[in-house]
Design a protein around this ligand. Structure first.
Ligand SMILES: O=C(O)CCC(=O)C(=O)O
Ligand SMILES: [Fe+2]
Length: 329
């Protein structure tokens, strides 16, 4: 494992001097020792919280603008129109309306449903030869597309960018773990990632006890690439000290965090941090949107600790399916 000594790391300029940044363009341009230095800092952050902001990502602004416009347009449709693209039973894609999901239930906590709605889409193609019935019925279920010109094209363009970005981040993760840069490739070459557009509507009545915009949870997979609506607030992470801390809006950056499978892969070295979405007092009258790309290894990928510790492997697809069922049961 890398040595954990403090290294210089760029910080956000003004709003939140403490929030760590990973500049992917700087990583790509660095020589081996520069890469090792950046990777050591990523390792340190992943040990602590696994949350950081990514700049230098190269995702074209017009791809981001287009999906924001289509997501907003979709959520502004009448409820009965949105429900026309509700999920096929047992599948996670399409429109999940208010009252459908309580993320805290994925950890066995019984809370009221999250104050949100979402649109969800899965992998853009099915790997040739895939016959596993659960894989076909769950993660390779078709996405029910809304009848809105340009929605599908904008969605798929953003999904494609996120898939490529996740590969670059997983390469940094490999170096951060002192592994060859392409170590994770065989596990993530047919990923079963999902993209979710989230809308947290303005709240016109008081929430129930323990009801949040998103209940406290960890993400399930390898990596989440989150884009909160610019300037928006409400996402909080649990610090190692046990305090909830707001993630600041950071212009031009994605917020990334690792999920449960990365913790398992690193034998507990990296933290899949609890996070939630609250409603700051000045946000109750305002909607908030976000785009979350949940990067998930191949359906059949068997995740065992890199340390070689003898534990029963966790298979990526069935693990994801069981967590989704718990949160949506
Ligand atoms: O909307 C957000 O900022 C975070 C949502 C989230 O953590 C999730 O859906 O897993
Ligand atoms: Fe999350």
């Amino acid at each position: 494992m890398p040595d954990l000594k403090e290294t210089a790391m760029p910080k956000t300029d003004t709003s939140q001097p403490d929030f760590p940044l990973l500049d992917l363009a700087a990583f790509a341009a660095a020589d081996a020792s520069g890469k090792a230095k950046i990777a050591a800092e990523v390792d340190r952050i992943c040990v602590e919280t696994g949350f950081l902001a990514v700049t230098g990502h190269g995702v074209p602004q017009q791809v981001i603008d287009a999906i924001w416009a289509k997501a907003r347009g979709f959520f502004d449709l009448a409820p009965e129109v949105k429900h026309r693209v509700g999920p096929v039973p047992g599948a996670p894609y399409g429109y999940l309306g208010p009252g459908t999901e309580a993320l805290a239930k994925s950890r066995g906590e019984d809370t009221p449903p999250d104050l949100k709605e979402s649109f969800n889409g899965g992998p853009l193609s099915i790997p040739p030869g895939e016959t596993d019935p659960d894989a076909l019925a769950f993660c390779y279920a078709p996405t029910p597309w809304p009848d809105m010109p340009g929605f599908r094209a904008a969605w798929c363009a953003y999904y494609t960018e996120m898939e490529a970005l996740a590969v670059r981040i997983m390469e940094v993760f490999a170096v951060a773990l002192n592994l060859p840069q392409d170590h994770f490739t065989p596990f993530i070459d047919t990923p079963i990632s999902a993209l979710r557009a989230l809308n947290y509507p303005a709240q016109d009545s008081a929430p129930k006890e323990n009801q949040l915009r998103a209940g406290a949870h960890t993400d399930y997979g390898s990596l989440t690439i989150l884009l909160p609506e610019p300037g928006s607030r409400g996402l909080e992470i649990l610090t190692p000290e046990g305090d909830w801390r707001g993630v600041p809006p950071i212009d031009g950056a994605f917020v990334i965090n690792i999920g449960d499978l990365m913790t398992l892969w690193t034998a507990g070295r990296w933290t899949s941090t609890l996070h939630r979405v609250v409603t700051p007092p000045d946000w109750a009258t305002k909607r908030r949107m976000s785009l979350a790309f949940f990067h998930q290894p191949n359906w059949h990928a068997k995740i065992t600790p890199l340390s070689g510790a003898a534990t029963k492997p966790v298979t990526s697809g069935p693990y994801l399916m069981s967590k989704f069922a718990a949160a949506n049961g």
